[in-house]
Ligand binder design. Structure first.
Ligand code: NAD
Ligand code: UD1
Length: 331
């Protein structure tokens, strides 16, 4: 029976994608080293979907272990989430980030090649558009980065493009995520950052549950209608569903495609605060703080290619993202 292997499947986006894959009838294998997640998440995935999941505790850098998974199973394709994702941490510890993200991907690809599994969907990021492209971001724009995390995504995209150019049997989809927020409607799985969150939504959530006193709004002097930064927030369940379309695409096609997964709509920091207040009934205290280094004013996706080649588009609005996110956090 063919399986889909999900690396990093116990993480935030991976767990939501596993639920969608199981609901759609796929048999899946999760491979995760639990460096940023817990095995309990896998039980929750099984509870939500009422299906069984095959689980391997494995580090993608461990070639022998990854080969063992391929040897014991018939794996048709891989969805590759496993990676480290904190920008600040990547600047403090670049070697760890390059080793984990790039070497982990290379060892995975070597094992895939050995077992003739040549279909992969990769978790890239809107961060590869760098700071110089105009919005909305279109897939053919040049890529660049400003930090080791971003460079690791640019490098992995390059590796996959070169691999598919050298061997025409590979089918590769580079999914460039915009800003995933929210949670599964069950309230059982969601984003659980350890320590003080860096990203806006989990930070607002900590303020709502009184773990943090107030939000620092990083800049109110951007060239935007209310002066605060604008991002393309996307419901994590919509994002997860996009992976099913991308999987279908790579199973039927060869070559490499980069595709944005975003809504195409921008929301400012203060608009997100207001939507969260409405969804939660909590007042979110905030203070205006200086701009954060490396931030851009506005970032949102051009969504035409996702519609055209994947037949996918996001459905949920910002209110539903906040309602579903709050259900998970408040539970
Ligand atoms: P996450 O940290 O919740 O999930 C990543 C999972 O991969 C975790 O379960 C972790 O334990 C596992 N992992 C890490 N290194 C591993 C390794 N070497 N071997 C095996 N497992 C390993 O992160 P997420 O938010 O679900 O992100 C998933 C992917 O999407 C990452 O590659 C991330 O860079 C990318 N991405 C995320 C966002 C976002 O805002 N969350 C945006 C753009 C791209
Ligand atoms: C950040 C990363 C980016 C990564 C993305 C998703 C940086 C510089 N960029 O992007 O590489 O791909 O997360 O993981 O870290 N904000 C506040 N107060 C806060 C937190 C954020 O005002 O406490 C503002 C930011 O200035 C920004 C918006 O909220 O305007 C969204 O921030 P965030 O959630 O960190 O996402 P990105 O900036 O898009």
């Amino acid at each position: 029976m063919p399986h889909i292997m999900i690396t990093g499947g116990a993480g935030y986006i991976g767990s939501h994608t596993c639920v969608q894959l199981l609901n759609a009838g796929y048999d899946i294998i999760i491979a995760d080293n639990f460096s940023n997640s817990k095995p309990e998440v896998v039980e929750k995935i099984e509870r939500i979907s009422d299906k069984k999941v095959k689980l391997y505790e494995a580090d993608m850098r461990d070639f022998e272990k990854v080969c063992e998974i391929f040897g014991e199973n018939e794996i048709e394709a891989v969805i590759h989430f496993a990676g480290l994702k904190a920008v600040g941490e990547s600047c403090e510890n670049p070697l760890e980030y390059y080793h984990n993200n790039i070497c982990g991907t290379i060892e995975l690809l070597r094992a895939m090649k050995k077992y003739s599994c040549k279909k992969i969907v990769f978790s890239s990021s809107a961060t590869v558009y760098g700071t110089d492209n105009p919005v909305p971001y279109i897939e053919h724009y040049p890529t660049s980065a400003t930090n080791p995390y971003g460079y690791s995504k640019v490098a992995i995209e390059r590796i996959l493009i070169d691999l598919a150019a050298a061997d025409s049997e590979w089918g590769v989809c580079l999914l460039r995520y915009f800003n995933p927020i929210g949670a599964d409607e069950s309230g059982l799985i969601g984003e659980e950052p350890s320590g003080i969150p860096n990203n806006l939504f989990p930070y607002i959530a900590r303020v709502a549950i009184d773990k943090l006193s107030h939000l620092n709004v990083f800049g109110d002097d951007y060239d935007t209608p209310d002066g605060t930064g604008i991002r393309d927030y996307i419901h994590v369940v919509d994002l997860a569903k996009g992976h099913l379309n991308a999987l279908d695409y790579v199973l039927k096609n060869t070559g490499t495609q980069a595709v944005n997964l975003g809504t195409g709509k921008g929301t400012s920091v203060l608009e997100l605060v207001a939507a969260f207040e409405k969804a939660s009934g909590k007042k979110i205290e905030y203070k205006i703080a200086p701009r954060r280094a490396g931030d851009i004013a506005v970032c949102y996706a051009d969504t035409k290619k996702a519609k055209q080649i994947l037949n996918w588009q996001a459905e949920s609005d910002i209110d539903k993202m906040c309602t579903d996110g709050w259900r998970f956090i408040s539970a």
